[in-house]
Design a protein around this ligand. Sequence first.
Ligand SMILES: Cc1ncc(COP(=O)(O)O)c(C=O)c1O
Length: 381
Amino acid sequence: MSRIHLSKADVTGVEEQYLLDAVRSGWVAPLGPHVDAFEAEIAARVGVKHALALSSGTSALHLGLLELGAGPGTVVIVPSMTFAASAMPVIYTGAEPVFVDACRGDGNVDPGLLMEAIDTLQAEGARVVAAMSVDLFGRCAEYDQIVPGLQERGIPLIEDAAEALGAAYHGHPAGSFGAAAVLSFNGNKIMTTSGGGMLLSNSEDLIARARYLSTQARQPVDHYQHTEVGYNYRLSNLLAALGRAQLSRFDGMLARRRAIRQMYVEGLSGLPGVSFLGRDDEIRGDDEDNCWLTCIVLDPAVTRVSPTQLIAELAGEEIESRRLWKPMHLQPVFAASRAFVNGQSEQLFDRGITLPSGSALQDDEIERVLKVLKSTLAVSR
Ligand SMILES: Cc1ncc(COP(=O)(O)O)c(C=O)c1O
């Protein structure tokens, strides 16, 4: 029985060809023509003016936060329902993260609570320099409320779109919302460079400064001169070649993720106590999500199966699945951080699981997953 992974990289002969071309061209060093082209192609796809290819989404967040003024004595608001990589870079800058809870329907940051948090902190005299949104599992946050609310308060947005390339909100691509936005090309993402990320912005200055910091803050003189601390964060030309190959196949991979989600929706329809994260039609349709990971939420009053039991059943059939992100305000590493909570992210953590969603999965593999889900959830009632 072959193992079914959660989100395995989807690579073909196209990737092989791009990589071979890059090696044969001699541009094996960091930087090179594939890096420049990759930046231009991603910027065009997302509809932003400038892009900086970096070694990870985490490094992109770090530089984006620095550029927005995060540092000792400042506060950055971060959604609690996310992967720790959203919050860790706030600590790298010396700023203090303050966490804000989620909306029930899709787990994205609760815009009302976000504004309440900012107003409360500012009234207390805190220096809030930025607020982060996360487009969770490939579904955009509620920008119709977030963008004007932040504008009113004069707080810049940093959009963590690490999981969301290809998603959109009312026609505007994920990654186009913040003063700065971040993508990840980690191996488990909708497209990959094996490891990599991108910082996006319409501000030429912001990207130029981040570019300078990403190459050890080298001064433009004929000797090695440094007046600030920099980082070694650039993406290599080989990995950018891999990214360009993936981008050339992106529309197909996106369509496949969406089709997989639809198979789960149809396959599990009628099963009481099971709902899909981000499919609450009262909130918004799901046709703009990139469906990076399809997540289900179990109602314990109906199914009597816990996420842990379901994950174990799937693992017994060589199928990988995971709990949803454990909220940041429950993480030991952030125990001292302040949080504005409403109980929603804790409930999603208690009840949700992510299902295998990689674009290379075959229909018969999704059927295998559905079979286990249906038999486990049916037996439990
Ligand atoms: C929401 C979120 N933010 C940030 C990151 C960090 O990206 P990377 O792994 O490329 O550093 C990830 C993924 O790993 C993520 O899921």
